[in-house]
Ligand binder design. Structure first.
Ligand code: ADP
Ligand code: BMX
Length: 291
């Protein structure tokens, strides 16, 4: 069976055909629309799935936000330009005429990455450092989604009580400091108005503020991993998202975690499936649920 997998993030939308052998056959990406009304997102999804019409038997979506009964509710509406609610599975089922499953993006990626880890690992966390900071927790071999879908939203744990206000309504969340949007929002002077991608490029050229913003992000993620280790003794942390996968970032996080007491040290790797982890995880979950 071929699955049309979709990854809906705060910055980009991706769609791919995934075959029964779990190979990504063909993929296209589009920017998440700027005028982020329900109509704009529906139009963008329509353009995203159009090239794949008639070529899949089901749709599996990995999406930013809390996913409950197929509806996306933003925990941080800033990441979706203020769009707070969206009927995800209903819209995609209408656009494609196919059955549709939707899961949080980091939860989906966690499942794909967990399934690729060596046998014997039963506890791991996947962290996407992207537009936001998302997480997927595997505990005792099971993906935690939570009764209300909130499980794993570790980007909204406290990093600094005196830190910036987060779009979720709290102050000093990990996401407000470490995410792509957080890095960009904290930039001043000549870096003001740049994207995190551009700030990473500046850091490569030795720009002191750019380097400091990236180090601050990596240190915040390292402390988050230590907190999660203390929380449930996970053996592995896997990093994804365009910031998490940026050259040098994993090494920085690893170096900062090494500065914590040894009991919190955890193996950290880059996502084996790189930017496709969410797509593959959603497809796997749809397959397991025999959608
Ligand atoms: P999404 O959040 O939509 O899943 P990404 O994982 O691409 O998308 O994350 C988007 C964030 O990553 C943005 O803040 C963007 O500026 C930043 N980014 C994109 N490419 C890079 C890169 N090569 N290096 C560092 N940051 C990047
Ligand atoms: C936010 C939250 C999470 C998501 C994470 C990463 C929203 C809209 N999203 O913390 O559900 O997993 O960002 O999302 O509240 P991404 O867009 O960066 O991939």
């Amino acid at each position: 069976m071929t699955t049309l997998a979709i990854d809906l993030g705060g910055t980009k939308l991706a769609a791919a055909l995934i075959d029964a052998q779990r190979r990504v056959l063909e993929q296209q990406t589009l920017p998440t629309p700027a005028g982020r009304t329900q109509a704009a997102l529906t139009d963008a999804l329509s353009a995203l799935v159009a090239p794949f019409a008639g070529r899949a038997q089901r749709v599996a979506v990995a999406s930013t936000g809390i996913i409950r009964h197929g509806v996306l509710t933003a925990l941080n509406p800033d990441n979706l330009g203020g769009l707070a609610q969206f009927p995800l599975t209903q819209t995609l089922a209408r656009l494609t005429g196919l059955p549709c499953l939707a899961v949080n993006d980091a939860q989906a990626a966690a499942w794909a990455e967990y399934c690729a880890l060596p046998a014997g690992v039963s506890d791991m966390v996947f962290i996407t450092v992207s537009t936001g900071v998302g997480g997927g927790i595997i505990c005792n071999g099971k993906l935690l989604s939570g009764k209300e879908g909130l499980a794993g939203h570790i980007g909204h744990t406290l990093a600094d009580p005196h830190g910036p206000r987060c779009g979720c309504g709290r102050t000093g969340c990990v996401e407000a400091i470490a995410s792509g949007r957080g890095i960009a929002a904290l930039a001043t002077d000549d870096l003001q108005g740049m994207t995190a991608k551009a700030i990473f490029a500046q850091a490569q050229n030795g720009h002191p503020q750019a380097m400091s913003l990236i180090r601050q992000s990596a240190k915040t993620i390292a402390r988050l991993i230590a907190d999660i280790r203390a929380g449930y003794d996970c053996q592995y942390a896997v990093l994804g998202g365009s910031v998490g996968l940026a050259p040098g970032y994993l090494d920085l996080v690893t170096a900062y975690l090494a500065q914590e007491p040894a009991v919190y040290h955890t193996t950290i790797t880059a996502a084996r499936y790189q930017h496709d982890a969410g797509l593959l995880g959603a497809a796997l979950l749809a397959e397991e649920q025999a959608l």
